[in-house]
Design a protein around this ligand. Structure first.
Ligand code: NI
Length: 133
């Protein structure tokens, strides 16, 4: 058994994650699925279509990387259009929503248990946390 530099026992390295393969297993829109975890954060994949709800996260910064299609991240004072390979960090406390005219997909990186609708609870859009794919 090898030792990590911090002295902890090394665990088995997890298998690689194939983003396209994971996306093929996601049919719903606006319901992020966890594909990896590290350092108390989660890497999630989600498909977007239509308009999300305006919200903010009081404690979490939120990263969106466009992986398929294109979508907008709207702020109250400007809009950012993301194409595949482009990412943006939404700082904590900043109101935003995502909008996709046609189906798109995002990789999301944020602390575990971040509610997707932030300070808002929406019967249609608030998704359960910790669901893996
Ligand atoms: Ni958000």
């Amino acid at each position: 058994m090898s030792e990590r530099r911090d002295g902890g026992a090394a665990g088995a390295a997890p298998a690689k994650v194939d983003v396209a393969e994971k996306l093929a297993r996601i049919a719903e829109h606006w319901r992020p699925k966890v594909v990896a975890e590290l350092n108390g954060q989660e890497v999630k994949l989600a498909k977007f279509q239509g308009e999300f709800v305006w919200h903010r996260h009081e404690r979490e910064d939120e990263l969106f990387l466009c992986v398929a299609g294109s979508f907008r991240v709207e702020f109250r004072d400007r809009v950012e259009e993301l194409a595949p390979g482009q990412l943006i960090v939404v700082p904590r406390g900043v109101e935003h929503r995502t909008v996709a005219d046609r189906e798109a997909a995002a990789l999301i990186f944020e602390p575990a248990a971040t509610r997707n609708t932030g300070n808002v609870v929406d019967a249609r859009l608030t998704a359960p946390n910790g669901v893996k794919v």
